[in-house]
Ligand binder design. Structure first.
Ligand code: FRU
Length: 481
């Protein structure tokens, strides 16, 4: 059967075969979520980039389609976005038949080898058949490189108030905003971030979108960073502020992390979803993405997450929660308890864990504890909270195959941002990953692991006694069956 290989994610998108990195061109249209992605059909390592394509009606079940964009004389097809050009500003379609327009980076490997600095340029392509086939614009590139080596990953949105398109572009160590009336002619608006936020590496894959909180609209600027993430390697930072059609003004000089775990990168949101903002990341890390021990394909996406804002200590924080569509693959809980009071330091659950599942519980008072997920091969992943350090952690040092890269076997941390004494914890386990959403999505971590068999036993370790409220372990149906 398909999608049955060792380590194959059962509830996350991964390509049937070959290499995958960043999500690209995510756009919702006519009831379908499109997911394009950085794809190399020639093997399981990064190579000349194409845009792969998959679609879903429910954000869970994906259908892989033929490759959407191939490299051409202008270069490889690097990351970018897609929009529905409703008013046909580009002229590629008609009013009744709006084109979907993809805006992406053309990366010219020859120019790069020749030692030039202007080998990354922005280009466009359009589709008149809902993303099935694409025509590249003859006037490409539409935004030429001014001499910045890292000049890429355009994320475009319609700024209705001024009836213009805004492109958020990663330009080495800052963001440059451009605007356009028609997606073809671009004008520079402003720069942001040279000395703000995290700069342990290059800025890549940005996103800019509004979110409302208590009736007021704020703008979130997402900036992916590689390396320099909180647990090493690549990660997604964000700023909250205001945007006036030209300039982004942050409320804070510091950025925060959308996901503290080691394995979420290049995360951005779907376009054309209205007020709802749905985020998806590449579930990997450039530190070792090319060495993961899979054979047929390499790398997968995170689960889609719905974003919102909340205020903690007067600061606006981005909240991520698994989209409600996950319910579509939820089976009958195998554990369901209003309250489970545990008094022994090591409590072994009798229930054998299903292959992939969601686990959730609440604590009236969050205290130090560890959930030990183990298999019969002596491998384990530990997930818990340290009340002295006030952080959540995931320990994958003994989680199975870890020796493919020296940076993989480690304990990773996420600070606790919530200030309440109670806590809600949700985990989604797939064959080779876990995603932690603590405090209703305030502290989030995505983390890969490669056990020889699934983790089937659970032990809860704590030192003071603990009461798990509304505990549920819900098996998830494979999205490939
Ligand atoms: C981020 C990234 C992008 C680039 C793409 C190339 O992971 O480096 O900046 O467009 O991957 O595959």
């Amino acid at each position: 059967e398909k999608y049955q290989e060792l380590y194959r994610p059962q509830v996350h998108f991964s390509p049937k075969e070959h290499w995958l990195n960043d999500p690209n061109g995510m756009v919702y249209y006519n009831g379908t979520y499109h997911l394009f992605y950085q794809y190399y059909p020639g093997g399981i390592n990064w190579g000349p980039m194409h845009w792969g394509h998959a679609t879903s009606k429910d954000l869970m079940h994906w259908k892989e389609l033929p490759i959407a964009l191939y490299p051409d004389s202008l270069g490889y097809i690097f990351s970018g976005s897609a929009v529905v050009d409703v008013d046909n500003t580009s002229g590629f379609g008609s009013k009744g038949k709006p084109p979907i327009v993809a805006i992406f980076t053309h990366h010219d490997p020859k120019a790069e080898r020749a030692g030039r600095n202007d080998f990354q340029n922005q280009s466009i392509a359009y589709s008149l058949d809902e993303g099935n086939t694409w025509v590249k614009y003859r006037g490409n590139p539409v935004l030429k490189n001014p001499g910045i080596r890292d000049f890429r990953d355009p994320k475009v949105m319609w700024y209705a108030r001024q009836k213009k398109w805004i492109m958020t572009l990663a330009t080495l160590d800052h963001i440059t905003f451009y605007s356009s009336p028609n997606l073809k002619d671009w004008k520079k608006e402003s720069e942001f971030g040279k000395h703000l936020g995290a700069h342990g590496g290059v800025w890549e894959c940005p996103d800019l979108f509004p979110l409302t909180f208590e009736g007021k609209t704020y703008w979130v600027l997402v900036v992916n960073l590689n390396p320099g993430g909180p647990n090493g390697g690549s990660a997604t930072q964000y700023f909250v502020g205001d945007f006036d059609g030209s300039t982004f003004m942050p409320l804070n000089k510091d950025s925060k992390w959308a996901d503290y775990g080691p394995d979420e990168y290049a995360g951005i949101t779907w376009s054309n979803t209205g007020k709802r903002k749905i985020f998806l990341g590449w579930m990997s890390n450039w530190e070792y993405a090319g060495q993961l021990p899979t054979e047929k394909w390499r790398n997968a996406m995170t689960l889609p997450r719905e974003l919102s804002l909340t205020k903690i200590n007067g600061e606006l924080i981005l909240v991520s929660n698994i989209v409600r569509e996950l319910d579509a693959i939820a089976l009958k809980p195998v554990v369901s308890k209003a309250a489970l009071s545990i008094n022994q330091p090591e409590f072994k659950f009798e229930q054998k864990l299903p292959g992939q599942f969601k686990m959730k519980f609440s604590l009236d008072k969050l205290t130090t504890h560890t959930l030990k997920f183990q298999n019969d091969a002596g491998e384990q992943i530990l997930i818990g909270y340290d009340d002295e350090k006030k952080h959540y952690f995931i320990d994958r040092t003994k989680s199975g195959v870890v020796n493919f890269n020296p940076n993989f076997a480690k304990i990773v941390y996420a600070p606790r941002l919530a200030i309440t004494s109670n806590s809600d914890i949700e985990l989604v386990f797939d064959y080779s990953s876990v995603e932690l959403f603590a405090d209703n999505g305030l502290s989030v971590m995505s983390c890969l692991f490669f056990p020889h068999q699934p983790f089937t036993h659970l032990t809860l370790v704590n030192n003071k006694g603990i009461i798990l409220k509304n505990l549920e372990i819900v098996p998830l149906k494979s999205i490939w069956k």
